[in-house]
Design a protein around this ligand. Sequence first.
Ligand code: NDP
Ligand code: HSE
Length: 429
Amino acid sequence: MRTRPLKVALLGCGVVGSEVARIMTTHADDLTARIGAPVELAGVAVRRPSKVREGIDPALVTTDATALLKRGDIDVVIEVIGGIEPARTLITTAFENGASVVSANKALLAQDGAALHAAAEQHGLDLYYEAAVAGAIPLVRPMRESLAGDKINRVMGIVNGTTNFILDKMDSTGAGYQEALDEATALGYAEADPTADVEGYDAAAKAAILAGIAFHTRVRLDDVYREGMTEVSAADFASAKRMGCTIKLLAILERAADGESVTARVHPAMIPLSHPLASVREAYNAVFVEAEAAGRLMFYGPGAGGSPTASAVLGDLVAVCRNKLAEATGPGESAYTQLPVSPMGDVVTRYHISLDVADKPGVLAQVATTFAEHGVSIDTVRQQGKDGEASLVVVTHRAPDAALSGTVEALRKLDTVRGVASIMRVEGE
Ligand code: NDP
Ligand code: HSE
């Protein structure tokens, strides 16, 4: 057992960082035994130095993260600040100064993962980020390592705890959107700016990271089609219930049937209540991975919150420290397939479209003709009339997204269509 400690710099001591520091202290002996050397918290960089931080020696706290990294004796840097800058520059500085990096920063990895991986490789160091996707759930390393001999064709999951918490509350208790969001924020699930959660950017960042790992290609945040969940209404939930469904914000990553391209998307979708993802409650996440040889695998667990996320960070810390002692590195980026990411228009799925129409003869035929003209086949139609107007719900068979968009555009131009109340994809059947 080596007695000289491995020195760790903690960048950020908020919801996640404070839990990382707490567990490093309370589980120090176990971590030492598992790593084969003691780990020492050598410094903690924050924005507000005067804030009281329970269990943290004030002498370790600094606002000068760069000076901490340039001390020359830091072995591992844990970045839990979040956002693009200064996190990106600090991670690069860590590599330049010989430290491996553990990060929970999906926003940065989805935007600049390739450059950060290249910097790690150039310096012969590790970049680990299990906590960046689905909180405590072991997912990045199982996909990167355990499934490295298989071929992943599809990944579908709930990867944002905040939005799942909100949708679950809206569905199960009839809570309002803002009330549910406030509760998720108080519980430490939401990002510093919850727009990232509710508009789907956080899930899209995770989708980009997972798609890159699953398909051994580069997928950036900009490649991921994204729709948030702020438009999901009580009427959508009522409609979903009538169909035996609920609504979830899903990340769906698919390899095309010919294997020549991939798609990556995040949007709310109706899924049948019988689907395992329908029973994922509160801030839990769950991810289905479909691999050629393994078949269907499901990963499930807490997707957000300080302590669960710290678990994933510390798992990475142990792995990276072991690599340091072995003078080795773990697997780096694998992007050899270089598959293009197809546009959303190429995605084929089913749709639930809710229209407000005039309740008079021929309207249904006109609507049906519009679908037919765009090659979109109708599965079911439900109409409910009220005072000369009617609500028309059309559920389609599988059709390309581009064909559905064309249909909706044409429907909006019909005099008899007063409005398109909602369009939602139907998945998981
Ligand atoms: P917080 O906002 O709670 O914490 C951010 C920390 O970074 C704070 O300690 C803050 O200091 C510090 N900080 C901010 N700016 C600077 C700076 N310029 N220099 C030094 N320190 C700085 O965020 P979270 O802990 O929730 O999230 C951290 C990361 O983990 C993010 O990338 C997030 O996406 C990710 N993550 C979060 C999860 C969660 O459930 N919360 C789950 C999975 C990943 P101060 O304390 O002084 O304000
Ligand atoms: N804000 C994120 C979520 C944190 O709600 O899932 C976990 O990445």
